[in-house]
Design a protein around this ligand. Structure first.
Ligand SMILES: [Zn+2]
Ligand SMILES: [Zn+2]
Length: 361
């Protein structure tokens, strides 16, 4: 059952055109789909009111309706699907003020993303870096309207600047992007020469990025408002994804830094003081005598700090006994002598097959 149009708008049958317009304006502003995107009931109310207004604002239609009710309008009547035909004049002033930017509400720029490469040291201690960005910004000559300076975009007649139209299907109506303006809500009849009517142009610029100490590979920094900029709207955000370059000697595991340091057999057996790399330079590390290959030495707090707590991780030095690929004559002599003392003769020319034979004997 269709509700009475006067009831829908909450006006008397004797209401003046001005009164009807005023009431409709109030309802339309309250229930406009752009302000109630998740509320289908609001959309229904908006459509109901719009339909009522489309009839009651038209003298001829109103008098027909007054005499014959809904039946007087014939067929589907002036349903919401025909809405566009009368929308221009009323929406021009009703929504012009705050739905001025096409798709209703405040326009917003898209979020953008970029990458920033840093060294492990930079990630560990934080750094401020300059990055180059290319982002769409409002075209200057047309001030981001897309219309030739001196002219201005007009609200689309078909969707009244809403960017979408309602398609009636039986009892239901479905919102579709407006085909006339492609969902923009505005029509530019005289496009700006600089941007071809696109309103935005890609500008190159530089931005300073503060990379916090402790950031890890793949983490993203959000630079609020540094994304796409649109005229009179909220700019998008810029996400900067951090790429930490692979380090020559360090491997990172969370807040820990791991480094492998080779020792000679003699250093491992007799002990030594060796140079080890740290994030800031080099340090001395005392290797006690009789250190097994694979022994780990910990330097507390010399790792990377935790991004949130600020607590510092450790630097882990994993030592291993490096076997030289070749030795000179004197070294060979000493090693052979050593093996004799140890009672473990060096296998001079024992082939793998000789060993295999021993195994089966
Ligand atoms: Zn349109
Ligand atoms: Zn322009």
């Amino acid at each position: 059952m269709k509700r009475d149009y006067y009831e829908v708008l909450g006006v008397d049958k004797s209401a003046s055109a001005e009164e009807i317009k005023k009431k409709y304006r109030k309802i339309a502003l309250k229930f406009h789909p752009d302000r109630n995107s998740d509320d289908p009931e609001a959309e229904d109310k908006f459509k109901e009111a719009s339909e009522a207004y489309s009839v009651l604002s038209n003298e001829e239609q109103r008098s027909k309706y007054d005499r014959f009710g809904h039946a007087g309008l014939g067929g589907g009547g002036q349903g919401f699907s025909d809405f566009g035909s009368f929308a221009e004049d009323i929406f021009g002033d009703i929504f012009g003020a705050f739905f001025g930017e096409g798709r209703g509400g405040t326009p917003s720029g898209r979020d953008l993303a970029t990458r920033l490469e840093v060294t492990l040291e930079e990630a560990a201690f934080g750094i401020e870096k300059e990055i180059e960005v290319e982002r769409p910004e409002p075209c200057k000559p047309c001030e981001g309207t897309g219309a030739k300076p001196g002219s201005s975009p007009q609200n689309c007649v078909q969707c009244a600047g809403a960017g979408q139209i309602q398609i009636q299907q039986g009892f239901f109506s479905i919102a579709r992007p407006c085909p006339r303006c492609s969902g923009a809500g505005k029509i530019i009849s005289d496009p700006c020469n600089s941007c071809d009517g696109k309103a935005l142009v890609v500008e190159k610029g530089k931005l300073s990025v503060k990379v916090p100490a402790g950031i890890d590979h793949g983490q993203r920094l959000k630079l609020k408002g540094e994304g796409e900029k649109v005229a009179g709207g909220i700019p998008g955000d810029l996400y900067v994804e951090i790429h930490v370059k692979k380090h020559k000697v360090f491997e990172r595991r969370g807040t820990e830094i791991i480094c492998e340091v080779p020792l000679t057999y003699a250093q491992a057996v007799l002990g030594a003081e060796v140079d080890i790399p740290t994030l800031t330079g080099t340090e001395k590390l005392k290797i006690p005598s009789g250190s097994e290959s694979g022994k780990i030495f910990k330097r507390k707090g010399e790792g990377i700090e935790d991004l949130r707590s600020g607590r510092k991780g450790d630097l882990l030095i994993r030592t291993y006994v490096a076997v030289p690929k070749s030795v000179n004559g004197r070294e060979k002599e000493l090693l052979e002598e050593l093996s004799t003392i140890e009672g473990k003769p060096v296998a001079e020319e024992v082939s793998f097959f000789d060993k295999l034979k021993d195994f089966f004997d």
